[in-house]
Design a protein around this ligand. Sequence first.
Ligand SMILES: [Zn+2]
Length: 320
Amino acid sequence: MPARTKGVFQRQEGKMRHTKNGISRKAAAIAAVLAAAIIAALVIPGAGRQPFFFGLTGGAKAGNLAVSLTFDVEDVDDANETASIPAILDLLGRRNITATFFVTGRFAERYPDLVRRIHGAGHEIGLHTYEHFFPVFTEAHASKVAKAFGTSQAYVWMMSFRTPAAFEQSIRKNQRAIINATGGYFPKSFRSPGLVTRWDPSDAFYEALEYAGVWTDSSVMQDFSSAGTVLAPVHIRGAVTEVPVARGEDFLGAASASPAGRALTERLRMGNIPLVIMLHPKNMGDEELSGLGGLISGLEGRYNVTFLTIASLAAQTAAR
Ligand SMILES: [Zn+2]
């Protein structure tokens, strides 16, 4: 992690930092909205126990929790990826869970049957660029990503779109591939490869999404760095809402049931903020699948859980 990150979703000592690309005014407005939401959750009696996502009433459990399971599908040459997707679909089907799969255009073209099967099971299909390149448009952003990934800036730059126009074109190609694979489904949610947007959630990035007809983005990390700062899904511009990712594969199984894992989930629950988990089918074997089952059972044991797609989380935010 770079020592200092800037942008819409990073706060330093409670203040938005100014950025060179002119997003500071919007960032301040978003910070004010976030602050109001946090204050409301802390001050209004019962606010923390009345999630706006759904209308379940609490029983003996600790409260209501919205959970979004997301799967990034990207690697056309990884045999484990194509092999594990049917097993994941079986597990989700058995547990009656609707999830989101962010699928690259290349994957949708190579494995249309698999994409059709995901869609047919009722899951949301989202976008992950056509070729799994990074939406990075400046060398400064490339440098931050390189530092975080422990690789060279030249490599990140080589794997990046470099211009918003090239990025937007890739999203449109990704949309066409999914429309073709599914027989007409138009994907409206996006996730950045490598979650690189977390290091520079720029105007240019969200503008490209808006122009391509994307409604929801899930490309920044949740902030658990200090008390009271967890980020709610937030409307950015046009129809675009940002839904932060809470945890990844590291939260499967025992990790989510540990004291730290429970405390993290509880912080989200108290702020009415969804628990968004980012997973990769290429990394999922028997152990991870059973870890996913354990995560689901653990959460359902403690909360009245509603599993929602990324698009429905954003729609609930927009309607609030
Ligand atoms: Zn990816």
